[in-house]
Design a protein around this ligand. Structure first.
Ligand code: ADP
Length: 369
């Protein structure tokens, strides 16, 4: 992660609940802020109860984040309640207590054991008011939301309209959340895709077949780009860049003529042609040669999280609770250049997802051979 270009300065951290003033803290002193936050460990607050939920698409490492949040809450003397199935649990007032034992043996499990869902009702202010009322009735004073930018929009609305203290943890395999270099689940999804391609490449090499491998990413090419570089792909097509099918066909042709036998083309599901089957057909219309299409689909979402995803989840879960316990709200725990930071949720949702990594795109092409 250290080679990631410095993100633009963010307005970040330190907003106290009840104080509308937002301080913009330059990125350069963010690390000091984080250290100061860390040193406030176990400060006593009046907060007794928090809730946690996972929302949107599930991602490996969400369970590790829940575990960290629950155990961090315990050290602060706070009871953690689960809101099952995302915002749906808040709306139905359906809370379940999570103690340290309830999160045991979860760190290595994919998915989310408290369930997730899309909850379109939460787009309505009256439904959010009902959710906040349910929280108040249970004595729940703050909420940890693990999800993507849609979930953070819901969290922001709840905080803005109902004064609920919220802290976000980016959890999505797509790595498409502004203000963080890493979302929980991304590293696992990329590793899963790379492993699958390594296996497919054995057949490609043996039979001289080109494989078009479709990976997840409707609007974000992050999985495709990282997978392409890690798997040594001949080509990669992402939603953020224009497809040049003729150029790709020419590169495959030259490569085959130079004696290379296996070719992998990674296609993000949201690329402009409409997925790997269409790309493969168009390439073969330009240059006919044996090919196969593999769509990895949901296997990228599942499985045991990598060590990196677990570590980020552990840091994020602990720090989200620590921030709420210290009276800070409306923040997301991000990772920037390897360091956990607090980023204002209002900044996160105000920006569309980060640009595709053009350096990785260029690198994948340069090294294709
Ligand atoms: P992700 O969090 O992965 O981006 P979604 O975009 O599907 O996933 O959002 C997850 C959930 O967050 C939605 O089903 C809805 O309950 C809530 N949500 C999304 N956008 C908003 C919004 N503008 N206002 C309130 N809630 C929202």
């Amino acid at each position: 992660m250290n080679d990631v270009p410095a993100p633009a300065p963010l307005a970040a951290a330190g907003r106290q609940r009840g104080n509308p003033e937002v301080r913009a803290i330059p990125r350069v002193i963010m690390d000091e802020v984080y250290c100061a936050i860390r040193l406030q460990r176990s400060t006593v607050t009046s907060m007794d109860r928090l809730a946690i939920l996972t929302s949107g698409g599930d991602a490996p490492g969400m369970n590790a984040a829940i575990r960290a949040a629950v155990r961090s809450a315990t050290t602060h003397g706070i009871t953690m309640m689960a809101s099952p199935n995302g915002f749906m649990g808040l709306v139905h007032g359906d809370f379940q207590e999570l103690d340290d034992r309830a999160v045991g043996n979860q760190i290595q499990r994919g998915g989310t054991f408290i369930g997730t869902s899309r909850c379109p009702e939460f787009l309505h202010a009256d439904v959010r008011a009902k959710a906040a009322e349910n929280m108040r009735r249970e004595g729940i004073e703050g909420l940890v939301v693990i999800g993507g930018d849609g979930s953070f929009r819901g969290a922001c609305a709840l905080a803005g309209e109902q004064g609920v203290a919220v802290a976000g943890i980016p959890g999505t395999i797509d790595n498409d959340v502004y203000g963080t270099d890493h979302t929980i689940g991304f590293d696992t999804a990329v590793n899963t895709a790379v492993l699958a391609i390594d296996q497919v490449r054995d057949t490609g090499e043996s039979t001289g077949t080109t494989f078009f491998v479709e990976v997840m990413g409707r609007t974000s090419g992050a999985i495709a780009l990282h997978t392409a570089v890690a798997a040594g792909a001949t080509g990669v097509l992402v939603p953020e860049a224009h497809d040049d099918i003729e150029d790709l066909a020419q590169r495959i042709r030259k490569s085959i003529q130079s004696g290379k036998r296996s070719h992998i083309v990674v296609v993000a599901e949201g690329d402009h042609e409409g997925g790997a089957f269409r790309v493969a057909k168009k390439v073969s219309e330009c240059y006919e040669h044996p090919y196969r299409v593999v769509v990895l689909g949901h296997i990228q979402r599942g499985g045991s999280p990598t060590a990196l995803d677990r570590i980020v989840a552990a840091q994020s879960g602990a720090l989200a609770v620590q921030a709420l316990a210290a009276g800070r709200s409306g923040i997301m725990i991000g990772i920037q250049r390897g360091v956990p930071v607090e980023v204002l949720l209002s900044e996160v949702v105000a920006h569309s997802h980060p640009e595709a990594r053009s350096d990785l795109l260029a690198l994948a092409q340069q090294l294709a051979g």
